[in-house]
Design a binder for this molecule. Structure first.
Ligand code: ATP
Ligand code: MG
Length: 327
């Protein structure tokens, strides 16, 4: 454990476990996919993949345990993650199932229609392989994405990773990233609650805060989370910016950058990847939070869920040239 509350980057890479997808987007806004429309993609995607790509791009050591199909949708993802510096040794290739995919169309009101192929794709075929074990054995931090709970094999790998990483003196972060409706079954709820109990850092957005804490008032919810193992809660507020609350009672607000939102998908994942990497690189909360806000904001200015993930230099340039919203 370090001054920053998260294990230092030198202990080993930040790892995450879960779905790799391609995203294929409707060019024009509208409802659904019921007639031929112009689509653009494939874009590398999947919440854990976006998180870890941003983590690597900003300079953090990073790796992912996931599964793709033996197809171009898999190759486009692995190539991107590798090029951006992620350890891809524990991405396995399923010979029978295609890479997961998400077709997305934005409606005029900002909500989205999806056609997913995840549960019956390679994304759902993750297993604890020897390469996965080896990555876990040298990692320093585990980031758990709530979306991974939808994947059958993920819970067991996460459980193994938690035990090994704790033993190594590593740390754990949790992005609930889940809608209330998905917490229907008791087993998923129990796994979710366990992560809330043990995470050193929790990064909720919107109503996830209340779901995670089990209370409906922001102050009370934050106190409830900091009363468990968490030393920090980083609350994401979309175009409202973000706030970090610490166990010592500090509150650090960061206003959002003023940008034109082209595609909001992936903002929270980029925010998390940047925040975790920066804290593990030893930055104080204020600096890590500024980079996290910049990473989220920069990513929404570009079409594609991880196309706007920035390097440290790109984020420095973004910060220098982008005004902050008045709060
Ligand atoms: P996702 O939609 O990817 O699940 P999220 O809901 O977890 O994301 P958000 O709060 O939407 O997370 O975004 C994370 C951070 O990115 C915000 O706290 C903010 O700093 C930045 N951000 C997101 N949207 C905007 C925006 N429209 N303008 C400026 N900054 C933004
Ligand atoms: Mg959002």
């Amino acid at each position: 454990m370090t001054r920053t509350g998260l294990a230092l980057d030198t202990l080993g890479p930040t790892i995450t476990i879960g779905e790799i997808l391609v995203e294929i987007m409707a060019v024009d806004r509208g409802t659904g996919f019921l007639e031929p429309i112009t689509l653009i993609g494939p874009y590398p995607s999947g919440a854990p993949a976006i998180f870890i790509d941003q983590c690597a791009r900003i300079g953090g050591a990073a790796g992912i345990i996931a599964c793709v199909g033996d197809d171009d949708f898999g190759r486009v993802n692995v190539a991107r993650l590798r090029a951006d510096g992620t350890d891809v040794s524990a991405i396995s290739t399923d010979p029978d199932f295609p890479t997961g995919s998400a077709f997305v169309r934005y409606r005029n009101d900002g909500s989205r229609d999806f056609v997913f192929n995840i549960a019956k794709s390679a994304a759902a075929k993750i297993d604890l392989t020897s390469a996965g074990r080896a990555l876990i054995d040298r990692s320093g931090h585990l980031h758990v994405m709530g979306t991974a709970f939808a994947i059958p094999g993920a819970a067991e790998i996460i459980q193994h990773a938690i035990a090994v990483i704790r033993e190594r003196g590593g740390t754990i972060s949790f992005d609930p990233n889940v809608r209330k409706e998905l917490l229907g079954d008791a087993e998923t709820r129990a796994r979710f609650a366990r992560l809330v109990d043990i995470a050193d850092l929790i990064l909720p957005s919107g109503e996830e805060l209340f779901v995670a804490a089990g209370v409906e008032d922001e102050g009370e919810a934050i106190r409830a989370l900091l009363g468990r193992n968490a030393k920090e809660v980083a609350l994401k507020r979309g175009a409202g910016g973000s706030t970090v609350f610490t166990r010592e009672g500090r509150r650090i607000d960061c206003p959002a950058f003023y940008v034109e939102e082209v595609d909001p998908t992936g903002a929270g994942d980029c925010f998390g990847g940047a925040y975790v990497a920066c804290r593990r690189l030893g930055m104080p909360i204020e600096q890590a939070l500024l980079y996290a806000n910049a990473a989220g904001a920069r990513n929404v200015t570009v079409r594609g869920p991880m196309e706007g993930a920035g390097t440290l230099a790109e984020l420095d340039a973004f910060i220098a040239t982008t005004p902050a919203r008045r709060s």
